[in-house]
Design a protein around this ligand. Structure first.
Ligand SMILES: Cc1ncc(COP(=O)(O)O)c(C=O)c1O
Length: 405
């Protein structure tokens, strides 16, 4: 029998917590609320929230009233299928051009990512990720404990040539994580050609692509998101989707699209963890998707986000001149900018917050050895145009104050 030493009695595990829970690292950098100082009047360019004025709240009200008044309502309060309401799965499947048995409804994107990680990875496995990466995905990986290999993101998505070279040298990942549309943080979109090359590699080397796509419907006018049929037609992609950016993160609703052969297994996993998603919420969003005004409302939001992005990048160029490198976003919520000159990025962050603006530091998106020093991720989504101008002005004053050359 194991004897418990006196000091072990005082550890969390001895007190009853699992090694998984006690081993979970604190969030560092991105997502660590202790680092963010938002005094009254501060402008927060850090978050990934939609503008609540651009959410289709009237459609919500109409749909919710209709669902509550329908014969279906009481039944929606019962336990329901783990994979989601059949009619809602059908509605999503029709939009995504996949069969409905591949769709598994989730409680938002983060939940879908956790299901993908738990369903695909074992401790010690290797996963390839975007670099820069959506940092909270790395925190989801903490649930399992895996080796992370960073592959740079180029102007048209994760660099498939670099990946092919690494695979040729013997790299054998179990999975690959990428955000294919309006990538967080860089804003780039995976081209159709690259998506084909990526799926070819996944099929050849036997890894699964986790395609995390919450921004794909936040499209600016005149921009075509490329059709990438290979991403949905292969057995090597688990797609993670969310309504958080179009209908609000408070909704907690998303879906996975998995290869048909894995649908029952992922449903079993989902069932073991939290049973199912709220039936009333599913039925309400199903009703909204069927409303002829839905697509127009989402497109109108994209138009307004485009204006905000334009204000942000124009002000950046006005205030930083040729000492900023930024690509005009074509969708999504963020501008990823590189501020030039010699300065201490930690001091810039503190000085900017003293002057009343917060943002996400580039270093927090690093997945490998590239530090992204001097980069900033600026969210234009939920601030007014006036605040975007004022926020960039404060950032520029902070940058002037910390520049050493
Ligand atoms: C790339 C990416 N994936 C997933 C999520 C999580 O989305 P959700 O709010 O649906 O959990 C986010 C949210 O910011 C995100 O940016």
């Amino acid at each position: 029998m194991r004897t418990v030493t006196e000091s072990a009695l005082h550890t969390d595990t001895a007190l009853g917590l699992s090694t998984l829970l006690t081993g979970l690292p604190e969030r560092q950098g991105f997502g660590d609320a202790t680092l963010i100082r938002l005094a009254d009047g501060s402008i927060d360019l850090g978050g990934g929230n939609p503008d609540t004025d651009l959410l289709p709240t009237q459609l919500y009200r109409d749909a919710a009233n209709e669902v509550a008044a329908s014969d279906r309502f009481a039944g929606l309060l019962r336990y329901s299928a783990s994979a989601g309401l059949p009619s809602f799965r059908e509605a999503i499947a029709a939009r995504d051009q996949v069969s409905d048995d591949r769709v598994i409804v989730s409680n938002g994107g983060a939940h879908g990512l956790a299901l993908a990680v738990l369903g695909l990875l074992d401790p010690g496995d290797t996963i390839v990720v975007d670099d820069p990466v959506y940092p909270l995905f790395l925190r989801v990986l903490d649930l399992v404990g895996v080796n992370v290999v960073a592959i740079p993101v180029a102007g048209d998505g994760i660099d498939v040539d670099v990946l092919a070279a690494r695979l040729g040298e013997g790299l054998r990942p179990k999975a690959l994580f990428t955000v294919p549309t309006f990538q967080n943080p860089s804003g780039v979109t995976l081209s159709a050609q690259k998506s084909e090359a990526l799926v070819d590699l996944a099929e050849k080397y036997g890894f699964t692509i986790i395609a995390d796509d919450p921004y794909r419907e936040i499209v600016f006018p005149g921009v075509d998101v490329p059709d990438r049929p290979r991403l949905r037609d292969t057995d090597r992609v688990v797609a993670v989707n969310s309504f958080s950016k179009t209908l609000g993160p408070g909704l907690r609703l998303g879906w996975l699209t998995v290869p048909q052969a894995w649908s029952a297994s992922f449903t079993k996993l989902r069932n073991r963890i939290d049973g199912q998603t709220n039936g009333v919420v599913q039925a309400t969003v199903e009703r909204m998707l069927a409303d002829e005004q839905y697509e127009a409302a989402i497109a109108a939001a994209g138009e307004r986000y485009a204006r905000k992005a334009h204000v942000l990048t124009t002000t950046l160029r006005e205030r930083f001149g040729d000492r900023v490198e930024v690509t005009d976003p074509t969708g999504g919520f963020f501008a990823w900018a590189r501020l030039l000159g010699d300065f201490d990025a930690a001091r810039l962050f503190e000085t900017a917050q003293d002057l009343g603006v917060s943002y996400q530091r580039g270093e927090w998106f690093a997945a490998g050895s590239e530090p992204f020093r001097g980069f900033v991720r600026l969210a234009f989504s939920d601030q007014s145009e006036e605040n975007l101008r004022a926020g960039v002005d404060r950032l520029a004053r902070a940058w002037q104050a910390v520049l050493t050359s």
